[in-house]
Design a protein. Structure first.
Length: 337
């Protein structure tokens, strides 16, 4: 739902190839004008589009659809509908909103708000490329806002008042979207577990980005919980502080699993990071290898971050962050030419 900078509009007369080398099939959804494809994953693809309302005013949004090669597979359709049932209930300033769910022919689609700006992963890459550091107060601002959205998702209820019991399962810098106006929003609930999918919660396959998994996902029931999302958010904090991955992307799955099962966050921080003691304790608790030693909820994590900010006299103002992110995006545009 976000790109670091908007690429040139494609020529509609020239068919583009997808990742497999095959020509991309144009997406057609009644009521929407599809502008360009933004990306694709293992199950779905996303397009930038415009919806024209009754007053004739176009509103940009993101259309998410199942990949054509999977569109007739019942399992993919079920997962897509599970996501729809979850996210249509979510209405929070720090969570990407859904504006429409529908069917075009036999194609299921979700329409979500378009966040023009950057995600935290691309933000970190740009800052690292310039050999700079992320200011601590802006790291804490991103973390605070993301935790607000995560706490809301974990505790959200449906129209009937029943808890949705959502676990995101895919927390990573790429799913922390930042608008040009400085809004931070949690995105992509495509592999989330919630009330519609609780029947599989005890035996669910591992899902999400393995480099952001908590150690407990490789133990016992392998059940995702709010505490596993907390661990993933702890990795996001570590990576914003260091501007490098916590785990090398070259590690194979069995190597990563071995490191996580022997994971010691204190040894990691002693070797890789120097931060104030109080912030280190917050990070250590977020990254605790044992769930019982970790923040059990995003709210507990958020409360300690707020206490650290208050006691340290750190000013986290929306206007300051918006000015900084605007300058970062302007510089990136200049570099791109």
């Amino acid at each position: 739902m976000s790109t670091p900078l908007s690429p040139p509009e494609p020529d509609p007369a020239v068919p583009k190839a997808d990742a497999s080398g095959s020509p991309e099939t144009p997406l057609a959804v009644p009521g929407y004008t599809v502008l360009r494809r933004l990306g694709r994953g293992g199950m779905a693809q996303v397009h930038l589009a415009e919806k024209v309302g009754t007053a004739g005013v176009p509103v940009r949004c993101v259309l998410k659809t199942i990949l054509p090669e999977h569109s007739e597979r019942a399992g993919f359709q079920r997962r897509f509908l599970d996501e729809a049932r979850i996210i249509t209930h979510l209405r929070h300033p720090n969570v990407v909103s859904t504006v429409d769910v529908g069917v075009a022919g036999e194609q299921l689609y979700l329409a979500m708000e378009w966040i023009e700006g950057i995600d935290a992963a691309h933000l970190m890459m740009g800052i690292q490329r310039r050999k700079q550091e992320m200011p601590l107060r802006h790291i804490l601002f991103i973390l605070r806002e993301a935790l607000k959205g995560l706490h809301y998702a974990h505790t959200a209820t449906g129209a009937d008042g029943e808890a949705l019991r959502i676990v995101h399962r895919d927390i990573s810098p790429g799913n922390l979207l930042i608008s040009r106006q400085g809004a931070v929003k949690l995105a992509d609930f495509g592999v989330a577990l919630g009330a519609p999918a609780q029947q599989e919660s005890k035996t669910a396959r591992l899902a999400g980005k393995v480099h952001y998994f908590a150690p407990d996902l490789f133990r016992g029931e392998r059940r995702a919980t709010p505490a596993t999302d907390v661990f993933s958010m702890g990795i996001c904090l570590y990576e914003m502080l260091t501007l490098k991955p916590m785990f090398s992307r070259r590690l194979k799955l069995y190597q990563l699993k071995d490191r996580l099962l022997r994971f010691d966050p204190r040894a990691l921080l002693e070797n890789e990071l120097t931060v104030p003691d109080d912030l280190e304790e917050i990070l250590l608790r977020a990254l605790a290898a044992k769930p019982e030693d970790r923040y059990a909820t995003a709210l507990e994590f958020l409360e300690d971050v707020n206490d650290y900010v208050y006691e340290g006299g750190i000013r986290l103002l929306d206007a300051h962050f918006a000015k900084w992110i605007g300058d970062v995006l302007a510089l990136a545009a200049e570099e791109k030419g």
